[in-house]
Each structure stands twice: as structure tokens, then as C-alpha cells.
Design a protein around this ligand. Sequence first.
Ligand code: DP6
Length: 360
Amino acid sequence: MTENDFVPLPYTQEKSEGTIRWKSPSNIALVKYWGKKKHQIPANPSISFTLSAATTTTTVSFKKMDKATKEFSFDFFFEGRPKEDFKPKILAFFERTEDYLPFLKQYQFTIESSNSFPHSSGIASSASSMSALALCLMDLERELNPGISSDFFQKKASFLSRLGSGSACRSISGSLMQWGAHDEIEGSSDLFGISYPYKVHPVYQNYHDTILLVDKGQKQVSSTVGHNLMHDHPYAPTRFAQAHTNLSQLKSIFANGDLTAFIEIVESEALTLHAMMMTSLPYFVLMKPNTLEIINRIWAFREASKKPVCFTLDAGANVHVLYPENEKEPIYGFIQDELLTYCEKGQHICDRIGLGATRV
Ligand code: DP6
């Protein structure tokens, strides 16, 4: 498929006003997206677990105007209050998606959003918030063009989400989402995420992700800036090739449930992501002392107990602790006994692998 496939045919229906609400989850990448080209095209393919507890719920109310305006017309409320500082992000999203959603300037929108997790938790909400908004707009398009298939709906919702925030395109469905063209993954595309199409061993069902909130402060360097620093990065070509290799290797690891091999790739991906940050120019470090304390504790516990627990990181100091359902008791016990002390006020989110966004 190409971008042109997402430009709609003339709409067949009219819709003067209404309200649409979607709830969309966050996701945690196993193979990381870090580095992008123009128009939100990823420099390498990635794959993630869709989560279920960390979600954004977005309500879009729309009213058709007498005639289309020159500017986009919208108000934005976050947790019940007007939030001006998020409006530029929505405006950028509207600008990037206008060719694919030609009705955008014909409506006045009121967008209301809330998260299931504390806003200042340091949890990236762009994946859940951008995908929830994209799904609401896609739903309006379906009302204007009821003929579209559910497969196309999912693909275009992911395509639009990507234009809002790259990782958001992996939040539409579950439970493993792959984004970015890869030779050995049929149907994979740089334009949208797909549900991973091959065999997945039952050990990954209900996989847990306990998110340890190590640092709730504002990040020093945003993801967007970090992605840009991958241009001219001395290790970028090797890193992008490594992501392809890791995805190839994961194919058999997902099929046969080899958690030792799974852990090796997942932890290596997390540390490589942060190594890329530390070797960018300008260089930066997002891990905090407690991030490293937690990593070392996980390694010591795994060595002593032989339990298949591992960590991953996103672009911040928080640690995602991953483990299978059948080991949840001893591993959550370890988290409580040894790791929560490194979190701000012991705060953490008990999340697990999920099925994707839902209309509410
Ligand atoms: C480290 O999707 O937040 O979480 O496309 O600029 O919005 P933008 O970036 P974003 O980057 C996420 C990076 C990551 C890895 C990942 O989720 O794959």
C-alpha cells in the first residue's frame, strides 16, 4: 500500500454533529523505534507488546460548520480542564493528516482526553493519546463512508496515529504489534502497524509489565529531538541493521517460547537504545541512578532464582519489568520486596499485555 491508498474517495453520507469516544492503550517496544525519516517513516522496524492498564480515553464532539474554514477549529480539554500546551501537538497532527481526512476543516471539534495513569508519572502518553484521537477521527470517517472494511479501518487508524506519534501506530490492536517494513514479516509496512502475523507461544499470553516509576520529572530531551540525533549518528547504520536481525531472531523465539533468548534480545534492545542516546551529539543520559539499581537487582535475582524476569526501558528513567503469567507470584513478590524502594513513593503500575483500543 502507498500513502495514496489512504486518501478517501468522496464521502457518500452527511453527518452534522455527534460524539465519538475511544479508549486506547500504551505499548512497550521490545525492538525499539529510534530514528526516523521524513513524514514519520521509521529508520528501522520495531515490535511491541500492547498494554492494557495504561490507557487514554478521548471523546471527540463534532459539529459541521456552514462552510469550511481556513484554519482548523478545535478546543482541547485534558482531565476536564482546557489545556493550551497540548494544542500545538494536535494542530501538527491535523496538518499532517489533512490530506487523508479532508473533512477536518469542515467541523468544529471539542476534544476531551484523560489518562488512566497519573499525568506526571513520566509515562509517555503520546502513543495512547494520539491513537485514541486518530481512532475517533477514523470513526467519523466511517460514518461519512460506511462502506470501508474493518481491515482498512484498522490500517488507516494506525496510519493516522503514526503521523501523530510513531509509536502510537502500534497501539491500535494487540497483542504484539509490528511496525516497519521487514523482509521476513509479510504485510509489514513503514506506513502502519500490523498485528504480528506468526505463531506466538502461549507463554507470552498475559505477559506482565510492571512499570516502575523511578522519575516522574519532565524528560531533559524529548523523543522527537532524540530521534533526530540519529541522523549522522556514527553507529546508526549498524543499529538499524541490528533491529532487522533482532526481529528475524524473535520469529523463532516467539514461536518456541525460548524465554532465555527473548530476555537477551529485549534487554539488549533497551540498553542499545540508551547507548544510542549516550553516543549522540549532543549526548544525553535519561537513566537515573535508581534505574541502574533496579537493573542490577533484576540481574542478581534472575541469576539466583533462575526466574525469567527481565527489564526494558523507553525514552526515560522508568523501568518496565517483564515476566510471564505462570511466574507472577514470586516475581511480583521480588518487585515488592526489592524494587519498589527505588521508585518515587513506591509508585508503580501493574500492567500486562492487552488487545488494543476499544470504542466506548
Ligand atoms: C523509545 O513514538 O514517542 O519509546 O514519533 O517522535 O512521536 P515520535 O516518537 P515516539 O518514540 C518512541 C520511542 C521509544 C521506542 C518505541 O516505542 O519503539
